[in-house]
Design a protein around this ligand. Structure first.
Ligand code: COA
Length: 332
């Protein structure tokens, strides 16, 4: 009898949210904006902001510690750590290296993965491959971003949209439960619509790049919005069709939280009911690589998922990057 490959099952999770809450009302005082405008266009009411001394690796390590504590695990159990982020502490060493050091773990290995708002789904895919191939038994995947570090505080177009957070999950082999399928895309022709021009090898940091505010996010919101709706809808429909499923077969859909209108358009296209969709953008805004694992933590806290339930994840982000992951939930 041929032995089928194991699935990668989510067996633990943890999160970290900075304490400081920045509300739309507070932003009204410093930007030409209003709570009404922000909420009606995006669904956001407030976001968390890390302190100046708190970096992405600090938040990621706290999320990992929360996971290890809650599930009685040791850092040394982790074979591989993948940190999805676009706001690493620095170019090198990697955020993963810094997190492993904060966890006093020097027996495994890890690296960063840059996939913007789809970063967590990309990292999940890599973790899935390591588990399925048998190359690792325990893969930790963290989505962590300190978006406030790269957001122009006086730009109302972008500052209102983002928040800071980190969340972690653990993947382990299972014969019955885990990742069933995934569809991922990258189309670099989206590069001009959402990007940070300065600091890399094209525009290394200089007085000029600082003066021209090139170390901040630039976004053509309208164009990104259009592509995000199309990308999230199409890839989510495609993965359901490919697996001969309907929206009604899903227990839960956890979409990337960039704009509630993008989420609503996708859930409408899939024919999902309100109680099938996890939405927390009102409280945390867009935390880039952290939105989906944060959603997984919240769904688990609320005990929404039972073993055998189907969970769909979908994301869209800079690049453009987008994708969808279908999971047969295994934790009780
Ligand atoms: N407060 C008040 N007014 C604002 C504002 C703010 N924070 N930001 C922009 N405006 C103004 C604009 O200047 C514009 O004014 P004008 O008509 O006088 O030129 C008007 O509001 C409409 O702006 P527009 O950009 O057309 O709004 P929108 O409905 O497209 O919403 C976004 C803007 C950013 C919320 C929306 O485009 C979006 O969510 N895009 C996708 C973002 C995204 O998902 N990014 C991450 C992908 S992972």
């Amino acid at each position: 009898m041929t032995q089928s490959l194991p699935k990668a099952m989510i067996t633990a999770m943890g999160s970290y949210l900075p304490q400081t809450i920045l509300t739309n009302k507070e932003l009204e005082k410093v930007l030409d904006t209003s709570d009404e405008w922000i909420y009606s266009r995006t669904g956001i009411r407030e976001r968390r902001i890390a302190t100046v001394n708190e970096s992405t690796s600090d938040m990621a390590a706290e999320a990992a510690k929360d996971m290890l504590d809650k599930y009685n695990l040791k850092a040394d159990d982790i074979d591989l750590l993948i940190v999805a982020t676009v706001t690493p502490d620095m170019f090198f060493p990697s955020t993963a290296a810094l997190v492993l050091q904060k966890l006093n773990h020097s027996k495994g290995w890890g690296f960063d993965l840059s996939g913007a708002c789809s970063g967590f789904l990309y990292a999940l895919s890599v973790g899935n491959a390591y588990i399925r191939s048998g190359m690792a038994k325990k893969v930790a995947v963290i989505g962590a971003d300190k978006m406030s570090a790269i957001t122009n505080q006086s730009d109302r177009n972008t500052r209102i949209l983002f928040g800071d957070a980190a969340a972690a999950i653990l993947l382990e082999p299972s014969t019955d439960y885990g990742i069933l399928d995934e569809i991922l895309y990258t189309d670099g022709s989206g590069k001009d619509y959402l990007y940070m021009p300065g600091g890399g090898s094209r525009n290394p940091a200089s007085h000029e790049t600082v003066e021209k505010k090139m170390h901040f996010i630039y976004q053509d919101g309208k164009t990104v919005f259009k592509f995000a709706v199309k990308g999230m809808e199409e890839v989510s429909e495609k993965i359901l069709r490919k697996n001969k499923l309907k929206g009604s077969d899903l227990t839960l859909f956890i979409p990337h939280q960039a704009n509630k209108r993008i989420i609503d358009a996708t859930t409408e296209r899939l024919g999902l009911l309100k109680n099938q969709v996890l939405i927390n953008i009102d409280r945390y805004a867009n935390t880039t690589a952290a939105t989906i694992p944060l959603g997984i933590c919240e769904a688990t806290d609320k005990k929404i998922l039972k073993p055998g339930n189907l969970l769909l994840l979908a994301a869209f982000g800079a690049g453009f990057t987008w994708g969808s992951t279908l999971i047969k939930w295994g934790m009780s």
